[in-house]
Write a protein that binds this ligand. Structure first.
Ligand SMILES: O=C(O)C(=O)C[C@]1(C(=O)O)C=C[C@@H](O)C=C1
Length: 272
């Protein structure tokens, strides 16, 4: 199975992909949108993208990409994120990492390196590559990146603001692989309407059928200010009649917009 994820080698996305790629080939892209684009075009069987972090919240580029492209979500992968600070030595003036990782280590960086310049780069592993090439830079990423090629020093481990730091990834597939089986389902709803009580009406079909929502996130539709697309995740499969009924209600409410079924899936917890 050929899979694609955020590169270069050694990102957390790469680690999550290894857990589902069955020793198949893994290729890399520099952005989430490029990954979703490649899977939608049928170039890969699977793509793995970060969706949500327990400290920093949504990875908004991922939410927008799965709303914009026709792909299926076939699995969710939850993995702990334990960051290390890696450099050639203790004298550096710039810390480079993915914006999510820099934000997850905000308290540590403000306390220990208040004068360092923070540089957001495409991924954690990319930041570590910069540190490998340049003694004035440090990177934040998984500690295993220190051993790859020229050794880097692990200056500190477990520098994330919360010990329980975890990120949720989606495994995506070409749209034809959308499944109705699984314990969870994700939808994207664009009501294209704005009136008092709209959000309440969108949630009632789930409450009425005893379906537990696990996440509701709004993203700007891009059409006009104050107009939103809603990402809704819940604990039921598309195969269930209560889910089909709830989606039927949503489709009536969104008669001027659309409801996209991303698919049903199960969760995998990856600890390493
Ligand atoms: O840069 C990486 O290593 C990634 O896989 C991206 C990413 C993210 O976008 O959230 C994944 C997990 C961590 O939360 C930090 C960064």
């Amino acid at each position: 199975m050929a899979a694609v994820t955020l590169g270069p080698e050694g990102t957390y996305s790469h680690r999550a992909t290894s857990a589902i790629a069955d020793n198949g080939e893994i290729d890399f892209r520099q952005s989430v949108t490029a990954i979703v684009d490649a899977v939608a075009a049928g170039e890969y069987d699977r793509g793995v993208i970060p969706i949500e972090n327990s400290i920093e919240g949504s990875v908004t580029e991922s939410l927008d990409a799965i709303a914009d492209y026709d792909v299926a979500v076939v699995r969710e992968i939850v993995t702990p994120i334990r960051h290390a600070l890696l450099a050639q030595g203790p004298s550096f003036d710039t810390v480079a990492s993915h914006s999510q990782a820099l934000a997850q280590c905000r308290t540590y960086l403000e306390r220990e390196y208040p004068d360092a310049t923070l540089e957001a780069v495409a991924s954690t592993a990319q930041g570590v590559e910069f540190a490998r090439d340049d003694p004035s830079m440090a990177g934040i990423g998984h500690p295993a990146n220190a051993e790859d090629g020229v050794d880097l020093e692990v200056l500190a481990e477990d520098i994330q603001d919360q010990d329980s730091n975890a990120t949720r990834f989606f495994a995506i597939a070409p749209a034809a692989e959308r499944s109705t089986g699984g314990g969870k389902t994700s939808l994207v709803v664009y009501p294209n309407a704005n009136y008092p009580g709209l959000l309440l009406e969108l949630l009632e079909p789930f409450a009425d059928r005893d379906i537990n929502l696990t996440r509701v996130e709004s993203r700007p539709s891009g059409e006009r200010l104050g107009d939103y697309v809603f990402h809704v995740d819940f604990e039921a499969g598309l195969y269930e009649s209560r889910t089909q009924e709830a989606i039927g209600d949503l489709e009536e409410l969104a008669e001027n917009g659309w409801v996209r079924r991303l698919g049903s899936y199960d969760t995998e917890h990856v600890v390493e």
